[in-house]
Write a protein that binds this ligand. Structure first.
Ligand SMILES: Cc1cc2nc3c(=O)[nH]c(=O)nc-3n(C[C@H](O)[C@H](O)[C@H](O)COP(=O)(O)O)c2cc1C
Length: 205
C-alpha cells in the first residue's frame, strides 16, 4: 500500500477541511493516508487564546496528531497544507522544515512525491506565490513535485473566484474567514490526493 502523509497547518479550519478532501482522494486511490498537524508555537497559542474562531478551529482538530519527522520517513508521498501568510508559508511550517535538517542531510526524503494545497483570505492574496515559493525548500529535500494539471481539472479554466491553479489545490477563506471551500476546490483537492498517490506508488515501485 502507498503511504500518503498530509501535514497541514490551519488556524481557522479552511486548510483542515481541504486536508480532509485530499485525504479522501488519496484513500479512494488506495492509499493509507494520514493527516497530521504542524505543531503550533506556544506564543501563537497564547496570543490567539481569546480569539473564538481560532479556539473553535483548534478544538475541531484536537484528535489530529502532531506531525513528526518520523511521519515524513513513513510516507511515500507528502501533501502539505499551507495557508498563506504575507504571500508565503507560515513560520510554523518553515520551522518544521528547518528542524528536519537531519532528514535533508541523509537524503531521506529524496525521490518521494510531494504537492501542496493552500488557502488565502482574498482572491489575489498569494495562492500561487505560496505554492511556488513552497516548492523551493521541498526541492532541497529532493522531493519530486506534483502539480494539478488542466486535463484532470477543467475547473481551472473557470473565471469564477474559486481556488485551484496548476501549482496547487487551494481555497479562498474570505478576508474575515467567513467563506468555506467551494465544492470545486474540494474536488480538485481530492484529485490532488489521488494524483500524488498514483505518482508516489509508481516511484515507490
Ligand atoms: C499573519 C497573517 C498573514 C496573512 N497573510 C495573507 C496574505 O498575504 N494574503 C491573503 O490572502 N491572506 C492572508 N492571510 C489570511 C490567511 O491566508 C487565511 O486566514 C487562511 O488562508 C485561512 O486558512 P485556515 O482557516 O486554515 O487558517 C493572513 C493571515 C494571517 C494570520
Amino acid at each position: 500500500m502507498t503511504n500518503i502523509l498530509i501535514p497541514y497547518y490551519s488556524s481557522y479550519g479552511h486548510v483542515y477541511t481541504m486536508a480532509q478532501a485530499v485525504q479522501k482522494g488519496a484513500q479512494e486511490a488506495g492509499a493509507d493516508a494520514k493527516m497530521v498537524k504542524i505543531p503550533e508555537f506556544e506564543a501563537t497559542k497564547q496570543a490567539m487564546s481569546s480569539q473564538e474562531a481560532y479556539v473553535e478551529a483548534q478544538k475541531m482538530q484536537a484528535e489530529v496528531p502532531e506531525a513528526t519527522h518520523d511521519d515524513l520517513k513513513w510516507a511515500d508521498g507528502i501533501i502539505w497544507g499551507i495557508p498563506t501568510r504575507y504571500g508565503a508559508m507560515p513560520a510554523q511550517m518553515k520551522q518544521f522544515l528547518d528542524a528536519a535538517g537531519g532528514l535533508w542531510a541523509n537524503g531521506e526524503l529524496e525521490g518521494k512525491a510531494t504537492a501542496v494545497f493552500t488557502s488565502t483570505g482574498s482572491v489575489h492574496g498569494g495562492q500561487e506565490t505560496t505554492a511556488i515559493t513552497s516548492i523551493v525548500p521541498l526541492l532541497h529535500f529532493g522531493l519530486i513535485f506534483v502539480g494539478l494539471p488542466y486535463g484532470e481539472n477543467p475547473e481551472l479554466m473557470s473565471s469564477d473566484a474559486i481556488g485551484g491553479s496548476p501549482y496547487s489545490a487551494s481555497t479562498i477563506a474570505g478576508t474575515d474567514g467567513s467563506l468555506q471551500p467551494d465544492e470545486r476546490d474540494l474536488t480538485m483537492a481530492q484529485r490532488l490526493g489521488a494524483r500524488v498517490t498514483r505518482v508516489a506508488g509508481a516511484l515507490h515501485n
